[in-house]
Write a new protein. Structure first.
Length: 212
């Protein structure tokens, strides 16, 4: 399954982020040996432990909700934080990154589903804070992330992806920076729709690792 998915994504220049949460280091090493370098985790503690045990050239992506008091544990090595959903969190990442003279790449997680269980930053609220966020010198906003509603109704999912894509295009013209390129949308159940709607990164767990 991994090889087929990888090849179909490569044809469209979409990056496969292997979501390895709850998977063992042995399992992750097997995918590393097949050439996979980008892995996504949703818990800080788990990511820190795996980072210590696995090859150092892995790109670790934090995809889950991030608490400000945990930023310091990942700031040295994290490749991309997908889940920035407030100015307070962005400021904290900036503060920790500046202590170690690093610039950390982030995505803003835009709220696209009305499911209250999902985190995300309302686009219009984000726009109100954009100047303050863009002034932070030790973070670099490289794109948006979104999670569609957990539903089997493909029309709803597609509409939600179209909504974030339209925000993405609008904001790309506002920010006018060549590095603002990433749209992280799509998981196992909806990545095909996400690719059709312009994903540049898809976050796939159960489909490639099994749903254990
Ligand atoms: C778990 C998770 C995924 C992957 O989910 P699958 O259904 O296993 O592909 C993607 N994004 C986020 C934010 C997740 O927490």
């Amino acid at each position: 399954m991994y090889k087929e998915i990888l090849q179909s994504l490569q044809k469209k220049s979409v990056k496969l982020l292997a979501v390895s949460k709850t998977k063992s280091v042995t399992t992750i090493q097997k995918f590393y040996d097949k050439g996979q370098r980008d892995f996504g985790e949703n818990r800080v503690q788990e990511m820190v432990e795996k980072h210590a045990q696995l090859p150092q050239d892995i790109n670790w992506h934090l995809i889950g909700h991030l608490q400000r008091n945990k930023v310091k544990y990942i700031v040295q090595f994290v490749h991309l934080i997908h889940s920035v959903d407030s100015l307070r969190l962005a400021k904290k990442i900036n503060e920790e990154a500046s202590k170690i003279n690093r610039t950390v790449d982030i995505l803003v997680q835009i709220e696209i589903s009305d499911e209250k269980t999902k985190f995300g930053w309302n686009y219009h609220d984000f726009i109100e804070s954009k100047k303050e966020l863009l002034d932070l010198e030790n973070i670099r906003l490289v794109g948006f992330m979104g999670m569609a509603k957990n539903t089997t109704d493909e029309d709803i999912i597609r509409e939600e992806f179209q909504e974030i894509k339209s925000h993405f295009k609008k904001f790309k013209s506002i920010i006018n920076q060549s590095y603002f390129t990433e749209l992280s949308i799509g998981m196992s159940s909806d990545y095909l729709i996400a690719v059709e709607e312009g994903a540049t990164i898809v976050r796939i767990g159960s489909l490639i690792f099994g749903s254990l």
